[in-house]
Design a protein around this ligand. Structure first.
Ligand code: NAD
Length: 425
């Protein structure tokens, strides 16, 4: 069997390595660097910044090149053929790169996403997250348009670097798709760290006067202006649909992404799409999981991956992590909500990280855990215990009765689960 994968982000390269390991002749085509957005201008460089006290381009480059070498080694060891160049769909299952045509039994499109911008005057005076990662100096004043994941992560990092940060968010709260309670608590935590966050703020234009950028925004009918030395546009990302001639290949798509079924197959049999290019949750681990779903379908094998249960983490200070249903999504359902605070957790208090909160939601009728939401240090690691419990259908009493080592931050989750049990009885 032959497989062509277009795009070498986490979705593309991980699926390629896995396919090749199964004995499938795999060609991975990419016109960008190995690792895609995640490694080169997303997750990894952002987390490198999170671990630094000032922007350090050398360290960032070293981290990227070390991980890129790892991917190159993985692809070589698994015998994936890597083709550098711009792919075009030449037929239902053939792809051209320059004058060379590659044929395969299946094609997986994994071309990712690009930064979105607002259609406002002066948008060109703003920078996107990629440019933000290349800054060598800390702006004295940073204005962030968009209080989503990218906006708040950069706000957090640059506030720590010493910038005076203002975040302008269009919705009534930050992180609009997250549990509202948790998002409100995050907003309060960030405000305590000196970040100014304006919600229900509609940015209308950006102007420049004597090198200073002025962001004009409305709250209700009232007009405001925020001066800044750097303005970050972080209002979302959009699927990268322009690089392939999808329409000519007969592949259905909308501006929100390529349409796929539950097996990640497009309307054209044998052509699959995974990751950001399909819209939905634009997360590296979702792309990788979708790649495994597509690969299983191509091989005619069963696949146990539940694409509806996705842990997500936001690397602010404090971190936010979430899995399963939010309280808002449980509306109309009989639930018990258990809560715990980091300030009652010995390890967190001892390590000076006592600003945090954990909430779990359990179904009253079955006792099963439905969702977990954590704000606080190590939330991005803790959330996976909740993901495992939910995935395996554990009830709150079962989870409560699993012994947790003391003193560990994991007791925060156990305490919230125990609280949910008390509320169920
Ligand atoms: P996002 O959708 O998370 O947030 C965009 C924010 O901009 C939203 O809060 C939205 O309400 C706001 N907005 C939209 N129009 C606006 C306007 N006119 N004025 C002010 N605010 C406006 O998108 P993002 O933060 O740009 O991130 C893009 C994608 O990348 C997301 O899917 C995100 O999940 C992913 N990502 C994930 C991580 C992570 O998992 N840690 C990190 C970075 C990015």
């Amino acid at each position: 069997m032959k497989l062509i994968i277009i795009g070498a982000g986490p979705g593309g390269y991980e699926t390629a390595a896995e396919a090749a390991a199964k004995g499938i002749e795999t060609i991975l085509i990419s016109d960008g660097p190995l690792g895609g957005t995640c490694l080169n201008e997303g997750c990894i460089p952002t987390k490198t910044l999170c671990a630094m006290s000032a922007p350090d381009q050398e360290r960032k480059a070293a981290v990227i090149s070390q991980l890129q070498a790892g991917i190159a080694q993985l692809l070589k060891a698994s015998k994936v053929t890597l083709v550098q160049g711009r792919a075009q769909l030449a037929g239902p299952r053939s792809v051209s790169v320059g004058d060379t045509i590659y044929e395969a039994d299946a094609v997986i499109i994994a071309t990712g996403s690009v930064s979105a911008s607002l259609p406002i005057p002066g948008a060109d005076l703003t920078v996107d997250s990629t440019a933000m990662l290349n800054l060598t100096e800390v702006p004295q004043r940073l204005c962030v348009i968009g209080g989503g994941v990218i906006g708040l992560e950069f706000a957090s990092v640059y506030a720590r670097f010493g910038s005076e940060v203002t975040v302008l968010e269009f919705c009534p709260g930050v992180l609009p798709r997250f549990d509202v309670d948790l998002a409100k608590r995050l907003k309060a935590s960030l405000a305590k760290r000196g970040i100014r966050i304006e919600t229900s703020a509609r940015v209308t234009s950006v102007t420049q006067e004597e090198g200073v950028r002025r962001v004009h925004w409305l709250k209700g009918d009232k007009e405001f202006q925020t001066d800044a030395d750097c303005v970050l546009m972080a209002v979302g990302r959009r699927p990268n649909l322009a690089t392939l001639d999808l329409a000519a290949a007969g592949i259905e798509f909308t501006p929100r992404g390529i349409k796929v079924d539950a097996n990640m197959q497009t309307n054209v049999p044998g052509v699959y799409a995974i990751g950001d290019v399909t819209g939905g949750m634009m997360l590296a681990h979702v792309a990788s999981a979708q790649g495994r779903v597509a690969l299983a379908h191509i091989c005619g094998e069963p696949c146990g991956i539940d694409l509806s249960l996705v842990p997500a983490a936001v690397f602010t200070v404090p971190e936010v992590a979430t899995v399963g249903l939010t309280e808002e999504e449980c509306e109309g359902r009989e639930t018990a909500v258990g809560k715990s605070n980091y300030r009652a957790n010995g390890k967190s208090v001892a390590s000076g990280e006592a600003d945090g909160y954990c909430k779990v939601i359990a179904d009253r009728a079955t006792g099963r855990l439905l969702g977990a939401h954590i704000l606080g240090a190590h939330a991005s690691d803790l959330i996976h215990e909740a993901a495992v419990l939910i995935a395996l259908g554990a009830t709150a009493p079962q989870a409560r009765d699993i012994i947790h080592a003391h003193p560990t931050v994991s007791e925060v989750l156990r305490d919230a689960i125990a609280d949910a049990c008390r509320r169920m009885s």
